[in-house]
Design a protein around this ligand. Sequence first.
Ligand code: NAD
Length: 470
Amino acid sequence: MTANETLTVVNPATGEPIITLPAASADDVTKAAEQAQLTYDTGTWSRLPVRERAAVLLRLADLMQRDAEILARLDSEDAGKPITECRTGDVPGAIESIRWFAEAADKVFGRIAPAGPDGLGLVTREPVGVGAAILPWNYPLAMASWKIGPALAAGNCLLVKPAEATPRSTLHLSALATEAGLPDGVLTVLPGYGEEAGAALARDPLVRALSFTGSTATGRRILKAAADSNFKRVSLEMGGKSPQILMPDALSYGDELIGDMIEAAFLTMGQNCTAGSRVLVHRDIAEEVVERFTAAARDLVIGDPADPRTQQGPLIDRAAFDRVANAVDAARAAGAQIHTAGLPHGLPPRGAYYPPTVITRAPAESAVLTRELFGPVVTVETFGSEDEAVRMANATEYGLAASVWTHDLDTALRLARGIEAGVVSVNSYSEGDITTPFGGWKQSGFGGAERSTNAFDQWTREKTVWIRTR
Ligand code: NAD
């Protein structure tokens, strides 16, 4: 096999290969889509009574619970994520997602239109048929579950392409789905390269809906491929440069504020689409915030992701390390102040570790302020008024998330209304939960939210059945 025909998963903590798998080719994708269409047409899943579909998915959730530790280890090893984060966040969240969509499956109703006396307008929801999901590497199992849950609950067949770096938890999930009784051909996982298998999914004529989570650059390519092929509907969840806004009374939240700021900035080493990578703090409290925040960042435990005490593992690979290091070096050279404790001794030399870093006084327009760095780097800027805070928060083409900290409800609501983002959390760092829609504004997202019953919009299409009444 040539290099393009295989995919090697590398442990980012050590640089050592974990496994080499066959990589799905464009031809494999075409065949899988044809098989999925056949399966869909037979109705073994799409026309199964919805409560029976739900039962299979609930069994899948139970099996994920049984294998929770295996799933946590797979994501931790492949992505370098601290095992505690996988055990307490990613895996329980993924199980909850599959269970929630299974339970919601028979609660999505159609509508009857308010027609006149000579007609009855039934508006029904039907599956799209064959769907596709393209996943990122930062939350492999969680993102798989956000897409698999509603797509399968709605009766579709789904092709899933995990990210090159992190295919194993999705493959394990697919084996569990088979064990749960999902018919063959309903869920097909295609580990492969973006330019080959991902691009083939984006232009496949049988795929009717594609849900993507990843970078803005790839999202743009997928949208073009959809337009150039069959106008499949596309839903894009992309990057962010999310602000954390601290009003003058924010410090009264004390350690809770600092703890949430740390989580916002450094969860998954900052490789998080909703990372609060821009702290915007009122100048009256800036000095104390910087002091406490940088002290807490220095205290983070950096080490082996498999160690439950570890809070910061490596970045996904050396290329990510170089990108982050170059941006920070450029900011330093331009006069910014860099606050970091550096790395502890004894880390594996080929691991892609970068220390948690806080940057103050970064010159306007520097890359650390404007670009999504996708690493453990956060900038701090100051403002003097609420209007200025909103202007700074919105001075980006991204619009995924934001958090605001203040005791004053009116201020919080004015800020929440003024901020251009899909999720604004007040006095916490949060993306909401499974019951609330998640999706970006501006160049962070497009085409429909994930989570909540809104997610069914991505995976169903409405049909009007007009009955003439006499
Ligand atoms: P990426 O865009 O490089 O890759 C994402 C997926 O797209 C991978 O599976 C990749 O193989 C595939 N891909 C690459 N080129 C493709 C092509 N030409 N056609 C089709 N598919 C292709 O992103 P990444 O580096 O894996 O993830 C990081 C990005 O994801 C960040 O920008 C982050 O903000 C974003 N992200 C967003 C969310 C969200 O919900 N908004 C969640 C997690 C990550």
